[in-house]
Design a protein around this ligand. Structure first.
Ligand code: HEM
Length: 504
């Protein structure tokens, strides 16, 4: 009896707490989407049937229909500020950035070293590291790493030739996943991963594991990101232990080898080692601030280059090839451009030749509009923010959502948004649109630091494949494509099978 009374008292206190919390936005005078106990406006992590990015897109559409420029949500019991107007998005991401410096992701340097990477960390730590790493991604550095991409492109070419010989539909997602894993493995870790030759190469295996979200990992990450301070004091670890052990060992071994043997290489790893040993020179745009990187910090940054660098670009190439397969005239037009440009550069894919491919840019921009790998972005309010021209103050500590996918499918900016149409991205059409209507790489000071590198590897992969093969969708592909509900990056559920024909 006592236990029943205790339980009833606990439940009624909990219910009262939820009721009080769920009136938060009402008290703030901001319209809000009615939440449900216990997950608020999130779907249960145990019954997730659609990608969170798609749920955020639906909320965006709903708010637009009601002519709301912004609104309130709840993630479990945390109030979340949702921005549904591109001018407001611009304020949050750039104009009033000082209020929204953090991303609000959980990380824990003490118990989970690899989680403290540039994408997740906040405050002065982020600013410091961002300043240190920015010179790593200049066009000069990209040019320097281009040969590595060309070396990996030769492996892609060889693998495609072998697949073609089989006269079977080709799993492009897998091939392009191996291609970008090889590139990032080489540029971030200085290793030849050989993923094409060895199906079970550790980088490919761990690369897949990193993105294989199980319900357990989703529950843990949702809890840690919703209650970061509590999770930090509980010492929650979000990176699986075997992944941490593998990447820490690879980085430590590589750094030791290079330092002992005075061996250097033109890659991200070398740039990080140079920052660690304070060897970067002023001409690199680097100003020494008296702080170097620890080996754990080097490992975490290598890890984020790997995390952020391979899946985003491989899904972009995969979706681009899928859309091109469905739109032969666009595919032919792009191939014509590739052939013409390569002819001017002795038939070689060079750093200069890919800069000349203007229609390629349009195709990639349209692919990233329809399939932004990160379909919504977050910021955390770090000091109270009075929303301009509104009677609302967003409190310090509030999570902010920017619904990228919703904006990218908004009919106001993109009539007939389901249609794949690279003409939307001619210079003239881009000028006519709000700058924040296309944000696949984010915007403002926290914009993707690897954008140039990501675009470079995407262009190399597409130019390599399209110059030699003509693609069409195989009947083995499950259409219409559906987004994997549990993955972090927006990726297709199941394989994308394409048929290839050699170009005459
Ligand atoms: C098609 C390829 C890629 C896409 C679409 C993409 C997209 C994004 C987006 C949307 C963000 C968040 C930006 C924001 O919040 O405003 C981001 C951040 C980031 N990306 Fe990328 N990315 C790509 C490739 C890469 C590559 C190749 C690397 C590294 C080699 C990389 C490293 C990072 C890092 C470190 C951050 C965190 C930046 C910060 O918080 O300061 N990304 N990326």
């Amino acid at each position: 009896m006592f236990v029943v009374v205790l339980l009833a008292t606990f439940l009624s206190i909990l219910f009262g707490y939820y009721k009080w919390i769920y009136q938060y936005w009402q008290r703030k005078n901001l319209p809000f989407v009615p939440p449900q106990i216990p997950y608020g406006n999130l779907t249960s992590p145990f019954r997730r049937k659609e990608h969170v990015g798609v749920s955020m897109q639906k909320i965006y559409n709903d708010m637009k229909e009601k002519k709301w420029k912004h609104g309130g949500l709840f993630f479990i019991t945390s109030p979340v500020y949702f921005v549904a107007d591109v001018d407001y998005v611009k304020n949050v991401m750039a104009k009033d950035f000082q209020h929204f410096v953090d991303r609000g992701f959980y990380y824990n340097e003490k118990t989970d070293a690899l989680s403290a990477y540039l994408f997740a960390i906040g405050g002065p730590k982020w600013r410091n590291l961002r300043t240190k790493l920015t010179p790593t991604f200049t066009s000069g550095k990209m040019k320097m790493m281009f040969q590595t991409l060309v070396d990996c492109e030769a492996n892609l070419e060889e693998k495609m030739a072998l697949e073609y010989e089989k006269k079977q539909p080709i799993d492009v997602k897998e091939i392009l996943g191996c291609f970008t894993t090889d590139i990032i493995g080489s540029c971030a870790f200085g290793l030849d991963c050989k993923t094409f030759q060895h199906e079970n190469s550790p980088f490919r295996v761990y690369g897949k594991e990193v993105f294989a979200s199980t319900t357990y990992r989703i529950v843990k990450a949702t809890f840690a990101n919703t209650f970061p301070d509590l999770s930090r004091s509980l010492g929650i670890v979000v990176t699986p232990k075997d992944i941490t052990a593998f990447f820490m060992k690879v980085v430590k071994d590589t750094v030791n080898y290079r330092e002992k043997n005075s061996y250097t290489r033109k890659d991200f790893m070398q740039l990080l080692i140079d920052i660690k040993n304070n060897k970067l020179v002023e001409e690199d745009g680097y100003k020494f601030d008296g702080k170097t990187l620890t080996i754990e910090e080097v490992a975490a940054q290598c890890f984020v280059f790997f995390l952020a660098g391979f899946e985003t670009s491989s899904t972009t190439m995969t979706f681009a090839l899928y859309e091109l397969s469905k739109h032969k005239h666009i595919q032919d037009k792009l191939r014509d451009e590739i052939t013409t440009v390569l002819a001017k550069h002795n038939g070689k894919i060079t750093y200069e030749s890919i800069q000349d491919m203007k229609y390629m840019n349009q195709v990639i921009d349209e692919t990233l509009r329809k399939y932004p790998p990160i379909p919504f972005l977050t910021r955390k309010c770090v000091k109270d923010y009075k929303v301009p021209d509104e009677d609302v103050v967003i409190e310090k500590g509030t999570m902010v959502i920017i619904p990228v996918l919703g904006i990218h499918y908004d009919k106001e900016f993109y009539p007939d948004p389901e249609k794949f149409d690279p003409e939307r991205f001619t210079e003239e059409n881009k000028r006519l649109r709000h700058q924040y209507a296309h944000i696949p790489f984010g915007e403002g000071p926290r914009i993707c630091i690897g954008m140039r590198f990501g675009l470079m590897q995407t262009k190399v992969g597409l130019a390599s494949l399209l110059s030699k093969y003509e693609f069409s969708v195989s009947s083995k592909t499950q259409e219409p494509l559906k987004a994997q509900p549990k993955s972090f990056v927006l990726a297709a559920e199941g394989e994308i099978w394409l048929d290839a024909q050699k170009v005459a």
